[in-house]
Design a protein around this ligand. Structure first.
Ligand code: HEM
Length: 154
């Protein structure tokens, strides 16, 4: 069961952090030459397809993470420091995604449907900032886990 939990945990983290990396670092500069209405419509479509996968990660990561903490590490009291760092950063990333989904992303969808391009542009900018914060947090978290496993904090 622990083997299944760590497999799902690793896959969910890969999909979420890798997806943000691709969107921010690769797709964003590639779309900068498009006219605003096309760019904003494409971004709304990109998020519509990517965010269900992020929701999957938002459920799978804590579920499998707590399973491993209590099933493999004997609880938080006996877990190494990198697990505590992952736990804190993970919860922060999840809270930021939920805020992003229900505020700026909802505003982006409404503005694109109404073809209000200046509002859509503002909403996209707010989505972009939060994705950047979550991308940096996610990459840092993954680095902390792998380096922590090989004794960085001990
Ligand atoms: C929300 C609470 C979370 C808890 C309680 C948790 C807990 C854990 C535990 C116990 C492990 C196993 C560590 C080991 O075997 O040494 C682990 C591994 C890992 N976690 Fe988390 N985690 C959480 C969130 C996250 C998030 C949000 C991400 C990334 C977005 C993440 C990425 C990873 C990665 C990349 C690994 C290593 C997987 C591998 O073995 O390749 N975790 N986590």
């Amino acid at each position: 069961m622990n083997a299944l939990a760590i497999t799902l945990h690793g896959l969910a983290a890969t999909v979420w952090v890798g997806g943000m990396f691709f969107a921010y670092i690769v797709l964003r500069p590639s779309m900068s030459l498009l006219e605003p209405h096309r760019r904003l419509t494409i971004w709304a479509g990109v998020f519509k397809r990517f965010f269900p996968w992020v929701w999957m990660a938002v459920f799978v990561l804590p579920l499998t993470g707590y399973w491993l903490v209590f099933g493999a590490f004997g609880g938080f009291a006996t877990s190494p420091i990198y697990i505590h760092i992952m736990h804190g950063i993970g919860l922060l990333m999840i809270a930021l995604f939920i805020y992003l989904y229900y505020r700026p992303y909802a505003a982006l969808k409404n503005a694109v449907t109404a073809e209000s391009w200046p509002e859509a542009g503002e909403a996209l900018n707010r989505v972009r900032h939060i994705v950047l914060v979550n991308l940096v947090l996610g990459l840092f978290l993954v680095a902390v886990v792998y380096a922590g496993r090989y004794g960085l904090f001990s």
